[in-house]
Structure formats: C-alpha cells, structure tokens
Write a protein that binds this ligand. Structure first.
Ligand SMILES: NC(=O)c1ccc[n+]([C@@H]2O[C@H](COP(=O)([O-])OP(=O)(O)OC[C@H]3O[C@@H](n4cnc5c(N)ncnc54)[C@H](OP(=O)(O)O)[C@@H]3O)[C@@H](O)[C@H]2O)c1
Length: 277
C-alpha cells in the first residue's frame, strides 16, 4: 500500500474510498466492508452525506472481516457549514463520531470555506482546539482556493495537512497544486473520476488500451503520480477492487503530459469562491 506523509509526520493512504451519494443502508455498509476486505485502509465520509451510521457499520464489519484493528484504518469526516463557529466544532465532531461508532477520527476537514472569512477563521480555531487536545489525529480543509488559504495561513497556529478539492484531467488545478507544494500541504482529489464522465475521454481510453489497464485505473494512477491523494467512489464490488489495483504500474512522462493537456478548468461541483451551503 502507498502512503503519503504530511508535514506533521503522520501518514495517509494515497487511495481511499469515497461515499458521497451512497444511501444510508446496506449499500453503504457493504461498499465500505468490501473496500476494507479488498485492502483499502482509508474511507472518506462527511456528516452531510447522511450515511455515517451505515458507513460506521461497514467499518466495524470490515475490521472484523479483514482481521485488522481500528488503528490500521484512516477515517476522514467533514464539518458542515451549519456547524461552523469555534464553539460548535466539538459538538459536531462528537456527533460524527457517534454516528460512525468511533472514538476518534484520523482527519477532520472544514467541508467548504464559506463566504464569511471571519467565520472561516473562527471555525478553524475550533479544529485547532480539537487537534491540540489530541481528540483528532489530523485537521485539514476542503474546497479552499489560494485566496482562502492565504487568509487561513496568515492566522493559523496549526497548518492544515491537506486541502481536498475537485481534481481530474479536465480540472488540473496547477496553480493551487504549486501553492500547496510550496506550503507543504497535500492535495486530495474529490470526484477524481469526474463522477465517471472522464472515463469516456478518448485520450484516457487510448492510454488505458496502451497499458492494458482500465480508464479508472489510469486516472487513479495519474493522481498518485502527481502526489495527489485520492478517494474514488464506487458501490460496485468489482470496481472497488479495480480502483485499488493501481500500485503495480505507473504512467510514463508522455502519458502524464497527455492527461495534463486535457485541462479545461471545467468544474462539475460548485465554485468554492461562492458556495455557502
Ligand atoms: N469535499 C467535497 O466537497 C467533496 C465533493 C464531492 C465528492 N467528495 C468525495 O470524493 C468522493 C469521490 O467523488 P464522487 O463520488 O463525486 O465521484 P467519482 O469518484 O469521481 O465517481 C464516482 C462514479 O464513478 C463510478 N465508478 C467508480 N469506479 C468506476 C470504475 N472503475 N469504472 C467505471 N465507473 C466507475 C461510480 O459508479 P458505482 O458507484 O455505481 O460503481 C460512480 O458513478 C466522494 O464519494 C466523496 O467522498 C468530496
């Protein structure tokens, strides 16, 4: 398994399972359990996905089935905008822990920056308090642009370990990636498969044929080779396995460049500069 190391010395698996738009029923439980049995050690949850209960059951069953311990896993959840404000963070964190059936998270993220910079900074102080009290292993942000990060880094006493953002070959985020590199903050990609849209791309398919891998494997490998942590979502057992079978090959420079050249700065999600829940 591949890990990425944060500036604080902690490690995170480079590939995990996403669970957005998965219903809070056995689909969520079975996907998480199957992922853990297939070798995944990282699960990307969020309070707003409304499925932390079943994701938590999947984690518990996966731990048993794979004969591992909780500490072998890396579990992420995210603070939703309704719970922003320093004094609300601990309660929201505990709410997610209770739903997931866990006593700590490996990573807690601010889900969006929001449009109120003061509230953003005040909320980050709440995450810093959790981290300083050792209630959470790592803290980070999601959907932060360079402008948001400039404001945050100017005031933060604990630097985020990562920024989880939309990233795929149609949105390569070069400027943001360079900025994060400079500050030793990792990038993590959401919708790495562009919610399956990128899997239809001709260049992606040509590379997949060339190296005898699937289009999804090409994209996930493109993330790893860019040092971007990724969390493809699938509830299909064969795809869950396929998406994790990416550690025995890499892309050459030409293939990386071909994929990079697909950039159109095209988002499928909201614009972080405007989104406020
Ligand atoms: N921080 C944020 O604001 C934010 C926003 C969006 C997402 N996220 C996180 O990022 C994760 C991933 O993003 P996403 O769920 O939007 O989309 P995604 O991972 O880009 O794509 C998921 C879609 O691709 C399909 N798929 C997966 N593997 C495949 C394969 N090997 N071959 C063909 N199709 C495949 C899935 O179908 P099946 O499931 O039917 O197999 C599903 O329809 C989320 O689940 C969530 O954890 C975070």
């Amino acid at each position: 398994m591949n890990f990425t190391q944060f500036h604080n010395g902690n490690n995170m698996p480079s590939v995990g399972l996403g669970v957005f738009r998965v219903e809070n029923n056995d689909t969520a439980k079975d996907a998480v359990k199957h992922a853990i049995q297939s070798g995944y050690r990282s699960i990307d949850a969020a309070f707003i996905y409304g499925n932390e209960t079943k994701v938590g059951e999947g984690i518990a069953e996966g731990i048993k089935a794979a004969n591992i311990s909780r500490d072998d896993l890396f579990i992420t959840s995210k603070l939703w905008l309704d719970d922003y404000g320093k004094n609300n963070v601990k309660e929201a964190y505990e709410k997610s822990l209770n739903l997931l059936g866990l006593d700590y998270l490996d990573l807690y993220l601010m889900h969006w920056p929001g449009t109120d910079a003061d509230l953003m900074l005040n909320t980050w102080e709440g995450l810093e308090a959790l981290y300083n009290q050792q209630l959470v292993k790592n803290i980070g942000v999601s959907n932060f642009n360079i402008d948001h990060l400039d404001i945050l880094l100017n005031k933060a006493t604990v630097k985020p370990v990562l920024n989880q953002v939309e990233f795929h070959p149609y949105l390569t985020q070069t400027e943001l990636r360079n900025y994060l590199n400079k500050h030793d903050i990792k990038m993590e990609s959401w919708s790495p498969l562009m919610n399956a849209e990128i899997l239809q791309d001709e260049v992606v398919n040509n590379i997949a044929t060339e190296i005898n891998k699937s289009p999804a494997q090409v994209i996930i490998r493109w993330n790893i080779d860019h040092d971007v942590i990724t969390i493809p979502k699938s509830v299909t057992p064969s795809r869950i396995e396929e998406n994790y079978d990416v550690f025995n090959f890499s892309l050459n420079e030409e293939q990386m460049q071909q994929l990079d050249a697909l950039n159109q700065n095209k988002r499928i999600g909201p614009n972080p500069a405007e989104f406020n829940g």
